[in-house]
Design a protein around this ligand. Sequence first.
Ligand SMILES: C[S@@+](CC[C@H](N)C(=O)[O-])C[C@H]1O[C@@H](n2cnc3c(N)ncnc32)[C@H](O)[C@@H]1O
Length: 358
Amino acid sequence: MSDLKEKYKKDNIAWDQCAETYETQIVGGHPDIYAFENFEEDFLDRLLLYLIEKQVRPIKIMDLGCGSGRLHIRYGAKTVDNQELQKYNKLKELKKTHPELAYDSQLFKGLSEVWGIDFSSRMIALARKKIKETQLDQAHTVPLTLDQGSAFELEAEPEDVLPVAVNLVNSICVMQGPQGAKELFKSMKRAVEKAGGIAIISNYQREYIESYGIGQYESTLDVSGHPWWMVPDTYASSEYRFFPKHYIRAYTKDPQLHVDVFDQEGNLVKENHVLKRDPERTREVVETGHIRTHTDYESHWYSFKQMNDWIETYWKDSGETYHFKTSRLDRLRAEPAQMSILDSGDHLKDLFTRWKLV
Ligand SMILES: C[S@@+](CC[C@H](N)C(=O)[O-])C[C@H]1O[C@@H](n2cnc3c(N)ncnc32)[C@H](O)[C@@H]1O
């Protein structure tokens, strides 16, 4: 089996195992990640509204590594009008606490589909469950579709839609290392180029792994496992489950993490276990951008230069490209990240000029 195939298999198992905790600890959890996700969603809203105003073609959102369907819930909810909403109590409740999900007639008019793909069947099942629980499966929304499969094997989209393919919240970094990242660049280009569509990769910069990254993995160790650089490693195996008592926020110096440790049957093994950073190992993580845990989870944070090189190699000949630090748009919510964009139909120049990105 090739190296990439092996990694794919290993990562697939790891993501199936952490699907449910990812949902509570990351999607609705760590405040710095949540803030960044909110930034991504606002960015995408603005971009879609701009394209809808400008375009004659309906837009198909393609969410690669869609996880539990964050965009499906968002654009599903935003395309149910207020009259229709009266029939669905659960959806009504959701919208009450989330004003950002208010009906948007422009999006309803301009979106043809929200499609997502993820290799984890548990993630896809979770996305379907959330769609059902929020009654979006019954309401009249833009079509919400999901497939289990690889993000590396996309085919060219038909030209009657404008495909907008996205890979959000650092997903490229968990897609089977640099080999997988290159496959993702190629696959996204294949999907959008012929139809003159747009590909967007949104990920953290390796330059921020010390200030933002390692603290995020430490305080979500119940999702991805005991970080390799934290000591003591007494309970660092899949026999134990951890419940962190707090989140480690960006720029915290030399933090200590307090966790409760349970066995797999749910019995408390140690209360308030304290974990610290091993300086040598921490330095190695900061230098390489390679996150590892004692279970099989891996992530690679890519530098600004690395992403730039991949844009040059894989996208440059296929249309306009953009690469920027997201702090240029929002320093509070998006300081550590970057966006790489292929705009194969040259749709975005005016918008990005207005935003002073070009
Ligand atoms: C960081 S999560 C992001 C989830 C979602 N996009 C969100 O914003 O909440 C990354 C997702 O990528 C999926 N994944 C990793 N490698 C993949 C691959 N090669 N093909 C498809 N999905 C993959 C994982 O199962 C996981 O759900």
